[in-house]
Design a protein around this ligand. Sequence first.
Ligand code: FAD
Length: 252
Amino acid sequence: MYTAIVNSVTNVAGEFHVAKLKLVDPKEMQFTAGQYVICKIGPPKGNHTLSIASAPSQDGTIELLQSVAPMGEGSKWLLGLKPGDPVQFLGPLGKFVLQKESIRPKVFVATGCGIAPLRGMIMDKLSVVSHQSSESKNSLKAESGELMTLFWGLRYETDVFWKDEFEGLAATHPNFRFVLTLSQPASTQRGEPMDAWTGAQGRVTEHVIGETPDLTNSEFYLCGTRGMIVDMRQLLTDNGVAPSQIFTETFF
Ligand SMILES: Cc1cc2nc3c(=O)[nH]c(=O)nc-3n(C[C@H](O)[C@H](O)[C@H](O)COP(=O)(O)OP(=O)(O)OC[C@H]3O[C@@H](n4cnc5c(N)ncnc54)[C@H](O)[C@@H]3O)c2cc1C
């Protein structure tokens, strides 16, 4: 069992909230990007499962991303957290992690809060580059490593968060590409007028097949709703991707 202290809880957009936790006992946790923790939230639900949305390199801190759309016990628990509150959790758990030895191009596909474990994986992979000296950093950037593409589907413009962060990574890492697609770009949750959305539109599943250059040689990390994962897996296998190259985490 780990004990952490809440550093902050921030509403990053729409239904999405990010909790930053500082580990206090023990002060660090060894984990592999993509794993999850089970938080103790008291009765009646007792436990609440959340992926670690940060990379292992963040010494002594972890980030959790919560969609409060369902507003069940877990959502209410996270919304009620205040800086300084203690949080207890079990972990790290789960096998949704990058294939260690593989040099295949990586394609990450998320809907909504399914971005959480994928963000950890992407940050972890790219931080290998950012930890080098500037000379070797430049040469690594030029060589780029395996191609990584993130396809992320959100619903509304008002849902958008972490866009600048992923666009920044894409701008500084030639091997990383980011596609953010909105399924309902013209509408907002509160019906307020917004600037026209100039990015990708439609469901995330509509983009992956046509926009992945080396489709059958790539490996796929899918995270989010059961519906997206079932549809995406079917599309991938229909288009010749071996099932052994598809890795999934179903949130609900
Ligand atoms: C391995 C794993 C990792 C997970 N990681 C995360 C994570 O990083 N962030 C996160 O927000 N959730 C994550 N989940 C889902 C999480 O455990 C909760 O189900 C979810 O956060 C809602 O919690 P709740 O207690 O508010 O509602 P619950 O009582 O769990 O759910 C109420 C109902 O809403 C459905 N539901 C759950 N989530 C959503 C949603 N986002 N939108 C619409 N309906 C939903 C459930 O299927 C259920 O029918 C993960 C689940 C698993 C199994």
